[in-house]
Write a protein that binds this ligand. Sequence first.
Ligand code: COA
Ligand code: AMP
Length: 630
Amino acid sequence: MGYKDVYAGWKADPEGFWTEAAKAIEWEKFPTRALNDDKAPIYSWFDDGLVNTCFNAVDRHVRDGRGDQNAIIYDSPITGTKSAITFAQLQAKVAQLAGALKAKGIETGDRVIIYMPMVPEALVAMLACARIGAIHSVVFGGFAAHELAVRIDDCTPKAIIAASCGLEPGRVVHYKPLLDGAIEQATHKPEFCVIFQRDQERAELIEGRDYDWDAVQEGVAPADCVPVPGSHPAYILYTSGTTGAPKGVVRATGGHLVALNWSMKNIYNVDPGDVFWAASDVGWVVGHSYIAYGPLIHGNTTVVFEGKPVGTPDAGTFWRVISEHNVRSFFTAPTAIRAVKREDPKGDSVKRYDISCLRALYLAGERADPDTIEWAQKVLGKPVYDHWWQTETGWTIAGNPAGLEALPVKVGSPTVPMPGYDVQILDEAGHPMKPGELGAIAVKLPLPPGTLPTLWNAEDRFRKSYLTAFPGYYETGDAGMIDEDGYLYIMARTDDVINVAGHRLSTGAMEEVLASHPDVAECAVIGVGDSLKGQLPVGFVILTKGVNRPHGDITAECAKLVRDQIGPVAAFKLSVVVDRLPKTRSGKILRATMVKIADNEDFKMPATIDDPAILDEIRAALQTIGYAGA
Ligand code: COA
Ligand code: AMP
């Protein structure tokens, strides 16, 4: 069956489709129904089934003869280390850590924050939580202590598992002071921490609170897998919304297993035993779905890569890893490919390696610009598949189902909706639009298995953020169109979320930080186009009356403040002092118009603008920092 038939088959019988897919997962008790719509528009999948994620990702593969197959390949050009862990070894490691957590009082449903860089132990920690039904929340290492504190207070973890440090090119990221600072700032205090000591830096442990990763596991009994209901949260992953408070996306266990397993063959076209590599970070959704869970659930070997696309040591790193580890499908963000292209425009480094094992390159996380796709197609000589999804969905909304049927690629489109997603383009009043017309992208409810059922402890926010604008639909926050052939095009966000180097960030959160600067009376942050990172944040600050300090000092302090409060990953370096901000007569800042000016694009004068002359001032200010056609 080709894509059209499979999609039509799903549409005709969604529950039948997912019940069939659920048979590829091993359940302690198979669910009696696929979808529970008793509380619609809040839905849940496979909720009366009993299942364990770790058993499906690890134990069953060992039982079925994959014990000697590599589960994880660790390749760390940044430390000069390479190693591998088989499924049998992984089972032993995970069971032992799970045993230690259990011995220290972690029970099913308890939250555990994981704050670790790209080391195999991060996956071991995630799986150990899953093994005993604890709910993990992984926090990306590029966030500052404050962001970690916010997450601690929101999900109130009983324990935190952290590494002593992370490694960025030329810099050690000292995790322990960040962890200690976060716990100090947070109102909620975890009962204990487990610290994985890396060779590059050993952290000092706090007596009675911190336990060494190895020591805490000594002499404890390994833990067995605990079956949990299909609706049990597997994890919480925080993502940026429009305000400073991140959204705790909940992932339910049953749907997560079923959807990820389905995606590995049908989208990424790998068979059990193949090596799959997603060059992302465990702190992001791509890392959850396609470094940790998806490949392991499906019996694939996954690559944990601790390095950068360039500079570790050069632009050939990706191709070396693919060639050395026999990677069949490779997934990364367009930014990473742009970084490689900038350093090696002719793709000479590709020729240094035999990458004949590779079938296709998959791109997601931000808009894939045609230049980048075409360059990658040319230098790799392989298909390049853009696909579109979000932290909220956990897997592809629209993509090219290459394992089912490789559809013709239209550069600029992530291709077509996957089974499970009835994607529609709606106008402001919620009416479906015609092919080729630009509107809000919405997905008809219910969303498929694997997508978020709600936000952690915030069902109201879930409803308001996603279900209210278009009743009966999930609002994606993206705008775009569908063409006559049913191909989807993603054009822009409809909210204040920006995407910097494939990292989702909130301009609202940055504005909250800038507003806390004593000399700032008012501010706005926008995302301007950047040839490497896709977008970069730029701040506009209006100074408090009477402040007469050098503007350079104030903007430097603003940059430091955002770095200290949100983290280096915000990449907030540029801001300008202005006298006024362009607003509508009702006082709304015209950020979209400011973005157009910064990117030197044509724009329509907003009918509701209070004073058009301000736009010239904004243009002049942007020109001083190299934008707006400077
Ligand atoms: N821990 C601590 N700091 C981190 C970090 C981490 N895990 N990840 C990034 N940072 C820091 C960087 O060191 C940098 O700090 P600096 O301001 O001191 O230089 C800052 O955060 C900004 O990082 P980034 O925006 O990633 O820029 P970069 O110049 O370091 O790297 C790329 C640029 C393109 C090489 C890099 O962004 C990249 O590899 N992107 C791929 C995107 C990706 O994997 N996205 C995941 C979703 S699929
Ligand atoms: P995240 O939750 O970090 O995965 O970010 C999700 C957002 O990134 C989406 O809502 C889009 O705005 C953007 N995005 C992700 N993938 C794509 C893509 N293939 N094309 C365009 N935008 C994308």
